[in-house]
Design a protein around this ligand. Structure first.
Ligand code: TGC
Ligand code: FAD
Length: 387
């Protein structure tokens, strides 16, 4: 029998290994017991629940796919399930984990020196140190190849000038991975908090991802040593390769947000009596739930196969684009539908759909806008870049 509560209409559970299910259920318990009781209040007050970060680290949620440096060595499906459960809580929690794992630990692990790995990775896995990823600039995030932040060699140092904007975790980060243009192309620099010429400022007045910190980074003749450069990161393909990791996690995470919205709307529809019967008996309402289940189910199997491809080492970044585009669009549509089904109550953060819908407005824009992902897939099909 299909499980319509989660929903798990196509025995998705049975396609997972025992280990994968166990990881998911552990994170699910953390989200239910620790995150959900506080998250609506955090969203309302615009507060990142930093007190949860140490517990997340204790569960091994940062850098979970690495086998060394104190990390859990999970496969990519388990990693995806972690992201799903975190985003079932709130996109802000998943964002924090995406940035720490996919955008900071991944590049250090892949392109860092042994000293950099020893220095940063174990402490980042324990969340004693927090990272942020500075790629987007005020002149436009979709085209990072047009990077205006520069790094100039000066003896044994580099002097960085420029600005980055809309940077998750910027003001709380101990280290910013700043991508800058050098005379030899794009390079990545680990800019530590407190470095002279480096400052951050929180972006306020956000109506989305309110339980997440977003910041500007300023680099004004900021001098870092050659030992702060990721030695083997050369070219735009490196930051774009980090995006592939984070986009993969988002494609899974969006399902969690959709599941939460679906569940809340469904239990409401079964209880809400109008015109003499629960609205769940109305044809139009049933079609709307059927649509949600159809789209959530398709999204689940899309990312499951993507994860299997990633574990086999054959995943292509255009496949990640298709999944990020499909699943975030699905989740945003489900969240809006759920919000509407809740009637007036749906505009209150007492119910989760408005919070998820507002969050997903960021998720559909960051890590490549929906249009950018459509064009990435289009380029793959037609063989021509149309950006
Ligand atoms: P293009 O010529 O396509 O590529 C340059 C080189 O990079 C390679 N490449 C990739 N490699 C790995 N993964 C990917 N996703 C890759 N995409 C491209 C490509 O093969 C090439 O390699 P090589 O060896 O031939 O040099 O570059 P382009 O300048 O034409 O740009 C293409 C485009 C538009 C797809 C790219 O610029 C893009 O993806 N734009 C969107 C930018 C974006 O997503 N920014 C996100 C910033 S970080 C963020 O939002 C964090 S949110 C965090 C949170 O969760 O809170
Ligand atoms: P633009 O690039 O200016 O795009 C504007 C519009 O033009 C969009 O609708 C876009 O789809 C469209 N467009 C662009 N190119 C084309 C084209 N070729 N054809 C047709 N239409 C096009 N960035 C980081 O580096 N690190 C972070 O940690 C980070 N965190 C973020 C957190 C939040 C909450 C948000 C909202 C953003 C974050 N970002 C981060 C920035 C994010 O990646 C960018 O917002 C995103 O890449 C889009 O860039 P932009 O906002 O400058 O929009």
């Amino acid at each position: 029998m299909p499980d319509i509560e989660k929903p798990d209409f196509y025995a998705f559970d049975a396609a997972l290994s025992d280990d994968e299910r166990q990881v998911r259920d552990t994170v699910a318990r953390f989200v239910d017991d620790r995150a959900l009781p506080v998250i609506a209040d955090c969203f309302e007050k615009g507060r990142f629940p930093r007190e949860l970060v140490t517990e997340m680290a204790g569960l091994g949620l940062f850098g979970p796919t690495f086998k060394d440096y104190g990390c859990a060595g999970l496969n990519n499906v388990a990693y995806g399930l972690i992201m799903q459960e975190l985003e079932r809580g709130d996109s802000g929690l998943r964002s924090f984990a995406s940035v720490q794992s996919g955008l900071c630990m991944y590049p250090i692990h892949r392109w860092g020196s042994d000293e950099q790995k020893e220095r940063w990775l174990p402490s980042m896995a324990r969340a004693e140190l927090i990272g942020c990823f500075g790629l987007t600039e005020p002149g436009g995030g979709s085209d990072p190849g047009n990077m205006k932040t520069t790094a100039r060699r000066d003896g044994g140092d580099w002097v960085i000038n420029g600005a980055k904007t809309w940077i998750t975790n910027g003001t709380i980060a101990d280290v910013a991975l700043v991508w800058a243009m050098t005379e030899h192309g794009v390079r990545g620099f680990l800019v530590e908090k407190g470095t002279v010429g480096f400052s951050t400022r929180e972006i306020e007045h956000k109506f989305s991802l309110r339980a997440s910190i977003t910041s500007e980074l300023f680099l004004d003749d900021c001098r870092v040593s050659e030992s702060n450069r990721l030695p083997t990161a050369e070219g735009l393909a490196c930051p774009l390769g980090c995006l592939t990791q984070a986009r993969y996690g988002i494609a899974w995470g969006a399902i969690g947000a959709a599941m939460a919205c679906y569940q809340e709307a469904l239990s409401f529809a079964k209880e809400r009596v109008l015109f003499g019967e629960p609205i769940a008996r109305k044809q139009v309402v049933q079609i709307r739930f059927a649509e949600m289940v159809r789209r959530i189910t398709a999204a689940q199997f899309l990312v499951l196969q993507l994860g299997r491809l990633k574990d086999a080492g054959v995943m292509h970044h255009a496949q990640v684009s298709l999944a990020k585009w499909n699943n975030v669009r699905m989740a945003l549509d489900v969240a809006r539908e759920a919000r509407d089904l809740l009637g007036a109550g749906g505009v209150s953060v007492e119910f989760c759909p408005i919070r998820h819908a507002l969050n997903l407005e960021s998720v559909i824009t960051y890590e490549g806008t929906e249009t950018i992902h459509q064009l990435i897939v289009g380029r793959e099909i037609c063989g021509e870049a149309a950006f």
